[in-house]
Structures are given as C-alpha cells and as structure tokens.
Design a protein around this ligand. Structure first.
Ligand SMILES: [Zn+2]
Length: 427
C-alpha cells in the first residue's frame, strides 16, 4: 500500500469515527449501565468480549491462578480472587512486521456510594449536552469506547495494520492491577508499546510516584467505661502517631518536588502525599478501646528509595511512641496492599513523540508531558520494558458524586488513537 493511499485511508477512518460516533455513544451508555464495581467485573467482560468479536478481533481470556500470581514481586494481596473475572485480549493481527501496539483499558469502577448524594442515577448514563453522567463514564469506560471506536473505524475502511493491535480489557486497576494488567503481561500478552486512555486530558502522562500502603496497629487495655481509669485507650495512644504522620506529610510536601509531577491541573505545587485513610478504634460506647488500626498511603518520587521511605515512616512512628504504654507495647506496622515502584517513561523514546504528534494533530498543538500524582497500571508496562503513555477523555468528579465524561473528548481520543496506530506501526 503506497503512503498516499494509506494517508487517504487514515483520513477515511477519521471520518468514520465521526460518522459512527452516535453509535459509539449508545454503546458507552450500554457499558455504563453494567455496574462493574471492582471484584464484580464478569458481566462487563462478557459484554467486552462480544464487542471485540463483532469487530472481528481474535479474543482470548487471561486469568492466572492466585498461587502463581502472588509469587510475583509487585503483586499485591487484596480481597479479590481471579475466578469469573478474566482479562480479555482482542488481537487484530498485523499484515507485516510493523511494531505492535497494546491499547489497554480497565472495566472496573469504584463504588458509587454514597448513592443518595447523586443527582443522576449512577448507572443511568444520562446525557445532557456534551456530558454523560454515571460511575465509570470518565474512569474509564469512555476511554474503553475510544479504543473500540478507533478500531471499528479502521476496520470499516478496510485498513490493514502492519503490526499487531492488541486490545487489553482488564480488571482490578482500581485495586492496583494485580489480577488485571500485571496478570495479562505476565501471561505473555506483551507488545512494542502501550497506550492507556485513562481520563488524563490536559497533558500526555509519562510518570507517576511510587505508592506504598501501610497499617499501624496499637493495642490498649479494654475495661468497662465505669472503671475507665483502669484501662488504656488504644485510641488515645495512637493519637501522637497520627500527629507525627501529619507533620511528616507536611514536611515531605514542602521539601520534595519534581516539576513534572506538578504540571497537572490541581497539583498546586505538591508532588507527594501522605494520607491517613482510615482509623478504627474500639467498638462500644461504654468500653475503653482495646485496639486501634490505622491505614494510610504514602507516595514518593523516583529519586527516593522505597526502603528509605519505609524506614522514615518506621522512625516517625517509633519517635512518636514515647508513652510508657507504647514503650512496653510497641505498635505493629505492616505494608498490605499497594506497593508500586515509581513509573517514569523515558521522554525521549520515539513512542512518546508519536503519541504527542497524534494528539497534537487533533488539538492543534503538541500536548506537554507530565507525571500524575496517582498510581496507574502503566507502571507494569515499565516493569516489562514496554514504552507507555497515558492520555484520555476529559471529565469531572472522578471517583466522586455525579462523575461525567465529555463526549466530544471521547471522539478526539478515538481520532488520536487512529493516528497513533497508523504512525507507530509503520515506524
Ligand atoms: Zn482509571
């Protein structure tokens, strides 16, 4: 195929994205109406498989048994198991030896609670103007449909990719991706590059911090409140630790910066965060709390060592445990859940430039590069040596009340993907 007829075909595919967009929106509504809260992605993946098969993709389920998966160093233990929630791979075989491209999107969403605060049915997919409201519209069923729309448009015009196009429809991203993207890549479903259309619209994202979850357990001595002075409240004992962690967060936020981590809207000059996400202490009004359990998350920059960050937290807790009681009953600290290294894509890799130009052709200017302050499945691509970028639709209220996605931005993402698929596979 000559380059002029190829250019004409790409142009025809871009037109097809537009012509088919109403159907894309209708499919996005269907998809949003299948609740797929993390752990319960089975029905969404059945739907995803049907869509891929309609496109003529070769589909395959990927599911790795837990015993095997958990041996991997970056796998994290969670409440989820692999049964009935496979990852779905849809492959469009290339006609030549061009570079392959993975298009990765997760189907899991976070819970819609507190549901009573929504002004729209969280699974109603109501459209108002350019906005579609609902849980997962923005994060990230809109991005999933952008991939679908790009592949469908290319199919419609008889496009023949020179490298394999591999659609990864994955589970569990919201819980760290162990049964999702990690399992998928571990199973051998790799490629020469990956793009994830997560809803990061203002920039092309090529990095995120390391993320570590921690749990602190403090014992007290529970007695009846009527004899409370004989007890030791675990709640009161853990309070100096909470204050010390809060001070550590402020210190880290003040001292640790990487400009690239502060470019996204809302970063406001803060690269790293230490969050105390939950505290449970006691269980009865007239019992002195016998136990307190605190869980939190700390993010850290690529120039910090995971081990140093862990040691700093341990030291902070030790320094704050000066009471006689805590000296005799030291807090127990564990690291359950997320334990992801920082991800930093080399900005000079040619794939980054291809992605910038594909997006730039749609938006009139090259998108700037940035790093996210939240974790992404992209780090697994980094782990497997696959160049990866993240760019997707615009919206608001991610993980919140009245989440919505901009439909016109889904179309722009689909068109950018058409351009990227063509330029990358021929490079
Ligand atoms: Zn997401």
């Amino acid at each position: 195929v000559s380059s002029t007829s190829r250019d004409a075909q790409v142009q025809a595919a871009l037109d097809a994205v537009d012509a088919q967009f109403e159907e894309t929106v209708a499919l996005l509504q269907e998809f949003v109406r299948i609740p797929s809260v993390i752990g319960d992605e089975g029905d969404a993946q059945v739907w995803a498989t049907k869509r891929m098969q309609e496109l003529g993709l070769e589909t395959k389920e990927v599911l790795i048994p837990d015993e095997e998966l958990m041996k991997h160093p970056t796998a994290v233990e969670g409440p989820w198991r692999s049964e009935n929630r496979p990852n779905i791979i849809g492959r469009w075989k290339g006609q030549g030896d061009g570079k392959s491209l993975i298009l990765n999107a997760h189907v899991d969403v976070v819970s819609e609670e507190p549901r009573s605060q929504w002004s729209y049915d969280p699974y109603g997919a109501v459209i108002e103007g350019d906005r579609m409201y609902g849980r997962g519209t923005m994060d990230m069923k809109g991005g999933w449909l952008a991939i679908y729309a790009a592949l469908r448009a290319l199919k419609t015009v008889g496009y023949a990719p020179v490298g394999d196009l591999i659609f990864h429809s994955v589970v569990e991203e919201e819980g760290g991706g162990t049964h999702g993207t990690l399992a998928t890549l571990l199973s051998g479903e790799t490629g020469d590059a990956m793009i994830i259309p997560e809803p990061l619209w203002s920039h092309l994202v090529i990095g995120h911090p390391g993320i570590l979850y921690f749990r602190i357990e403090v014992d007290g001595h529970s007695v009846h409140a009527a004899l409370g002075h004989h007890g030791v409240s675990a709640l009161f004992e853990i309070m100096p630790i909470i204050e010390a962690l809060r001070a550590l967060d402020q210190e880290r936020a003040r001292d640790l910066h990487l400009e690239r981590f502060e470019r996204l809207p809302g970063a406001d000059g803060q690269s790293v965060h230490l969050n105390i996400g939950s505290l449970q202490a006691g269980d009865w009004p007239s019992t002195v709390p016998g136990q307190a359990v605190l869980e939190g998350r700390v993010s850290y920059l690529p120039f910090e060592k995971t081990e140093d960050v862990m040691n700093r937290i341990l030291q902070t807790i030790a320094d704050a445990s000066q009471s006689e009681w805590l000296q005799a009953h030291p807090p127990r600290i564990t690291w359950p859940g997320w334990r992801g290294e920082p991800w930093l894509q080399d900005p000079h890799h040619p794939f980054v430039r291809h992605a910038q130009e594909a997006i730039g052709a749609e938006r009139g200017e090259l998108p700037e590069l940035a790093a996210d302050t939240a974790g992404l499945d992209a780090r697994f691509a980094g782990e497997f040596g696959i160049p990866c970028v993240v760019f997707g639709p615009e919206g608001e209220n991610i993980h919140g009340i009245d989440e919505w996605v901009s439909l016109s931005s889904v179309r722009v993402v689909a068109r950018s993907l058409v351009r990227l698929i063509d330029s990358w596979s021929q490079s």
